[in-house]
Design a protein around this ligand. Structure first.
Ligand SMILES: Cc1cc2nc3c(=O)[nH]c(=O)nc-3n(C[C@H](O)[C@H](O)[C@H](O)COP(=O)(O)OP(=O)(O)OC[C@H]3O[C@@H](n4cnc5c(N)ncnc54)[C@H](O)[C@@H]3O)c2cc1C
Length: 409
């Protein structure tokens, strides 16, 4: 049996970037992927010449790693103009979020955030890590905004456009972190990729050895000088193994006890929710000139063509079934309006849920764990969960950078 320098588990963007690094260093590796394709949670599909993102969709201008990667690969971005898009709020359509904000008499949440940072002397991310008061992690953002004069229903809708969690999960500590790292700059922008984000992984895969597909890793054990990794039907040997899947997916793998203990500690910092994305086709579109729908549920929809909408339920605690969803859509678009509904969920193998699902008082612990990639001797885990950008491709790239840095020292 061949003994590789590294086994990489998972062929998402993290595994692929890591493989590219091993290629450049002349290290031997094998990449094992449970599914039959690359990309993991980056998954673009197309219908009637329109791209739908069934996984990651947005890139923020402040995310310099992913922005650099996109520019190196000569891929094109297009701005996603959420503030100019019409939104459905409180049972009616508004021409734009900006119009809506200017028509109400509430303080601007972003100005309140700026004022709070001024008060604490935080001007950048490293200040945030040093100076942010931990008690913010006990305060829900919606409660704080309400105390500042913004009704909670309004603040919830305002933030759902940018953040992937519900207002009952997000603490002021996390909101402020996200604000400082991504939104504080007045020229920050939200992009989507022309032709879909899968181009990122497809272009990069041309530079690495093809993964071995349909290899779901189930067990890791030690040999005299390395590790033995068993999948459903094969055994592989290497000096080290690097997992790149979500921590929740990793919790389904039988690991050596030290690695298992480290994983349990990491998982205790939060728990995982599920995300659902999909494509909806309508018989007729009663809102042909409207682009973006945010509802209280929370449910977000982006119009991609006359009859097709991309649909997203962020990380949720409550369960949604198709019947309930269709009922809800009929309420917005009229009875029998839905022709086709295709959903993609992230709470089954090989994904098993993918988000940190924050609890009050836990976000700061993600900072503690953000660099803990070594689970045990020869067993590593990388991914956006070990970064200060959890839930973003940027976080995955940050984590790979950290691994490369520690590996080269
Ligand atoms: C619905 C949704 C929306 C998102 N939106 C955005 C967004 O707008 N912008 C953004 O930047 N990020 C977004 N993200 C997050 C982004 O997709 C991830 O941060 C990133 O793609 C993670 O890449 P990764 O390589 O670390 O992990 P993954 O993409 O999860 O790759 C891990 C791979 O490991 C494989 N695997 C799992 N278990 C095993 C096993 N036991 N054996 C073998 N293989 C295994 C999986 O099949 C998968 O291919 C979103 C994620 C989801 C789910």
């Amino acid at each position: 049996m061949d003994t590789y320098d590294y086994i990489i588990v998972g062929a998402g963007i993290g595994g692929i970037i890591l493989a590219k690094y091993f290629e450049e260093k002349g290290l031997s590796y094998v990449m094992l992927e449970a599914s039959d394709h690359v990309g993991g949670r980056i998954n673009t599909t197309s219908q009637h010449n329109t791209c739908f993102e069934l996984g990651a969709a947005r890139v923020l201008s402040s995310q310099h790693r992913v922005m650099n990667l996109i520019s190196e690969l000569n891929l094109e971005l297009e701005e996603q103009l959420l503030t100019d898009a019409a939104v459905y709020l409180e049972g009616m359509w508004h021409d734009s979020l900006d119009d809506l904000l200017s028509s109400v008499d509430y303080p601007d949440p972003f100005e309140l955030f700026h004022a709070l940072l001024d008060k604490t002397g935080i001007v950048n991310l490293s200040d945030f890590e040093r100076l942010a008061p931990l008690e913010w992690d006990r305060v829900l953002t919606k409660d704080w905004l309400e105390s500042e004069g913004i009704p909670s229903a309004f603040s919830m809708r305002y933030f759902l456009g940018d953040i992937d969690v519900t207002m009952n999960q997000i603490t002021l500590y996390e909101s402020m972190y996200f604000f400082v790292s991504n939104l504080a700059a007045s020229d920050s922008k939200v992009y989507r990729m022309q032709g879909g984000l899968s181009q990122l992984v497809n272009t990069l895969s041309g530079h690495i050895k093809s993964p071995v597909y349909k290899q779901q890793v189930e067990h890791v054990g030690y040999t005299a000088d390395g590790v033995m990794v068993k999948t459903t039907n094969q055994t592989y040997q290497a000096h080290k193994v690097v997992f790149t899947c979500s921590l929740n997916a990793l919790s389904h793998v039988e690991l050596p006890s030290e690695a298992n203990n480290s994983l349990t500690t990491c998982l205790s910092a939060g728990h995982y929710g599920k995300s659902i994305k999909g494509i909806i086709t309508f018989n007729s579109n009663v809102f042909p000139s409207h682009d973006y729908l945010i509802t209280e549920d929370p449910l977000r929809m982006l119009r991609r063509s006359d009859f097709h909408w991309e649909f997203y339920l962020p990380s949720l605690e409550k369960s949604w079934d198709t019947d309930k969803l269709i009922k809800q859509l009929h309420a917005y678009f009229g009875a029998d309006s839905v022709r086709d509904l295709r959903l993609h969920t992230y709470d089954m193998p090989p994904f098993y849920g993918c988000y940190w699902n924050y609890k009050s008082g836990y976000f700061h612990r993600i900072f503690e764990f953000s660099k803990a990639q070594r689970l045990a001797e020869r067993v590593y885990s990388i991914g956006e969960h070990f970064s200060l950008n959890p839930n973003w491709i940027e976080g995955t790239l940050e984590s790979v950078d950290q691994f490369i840095l520690s590996d080269s020292q």
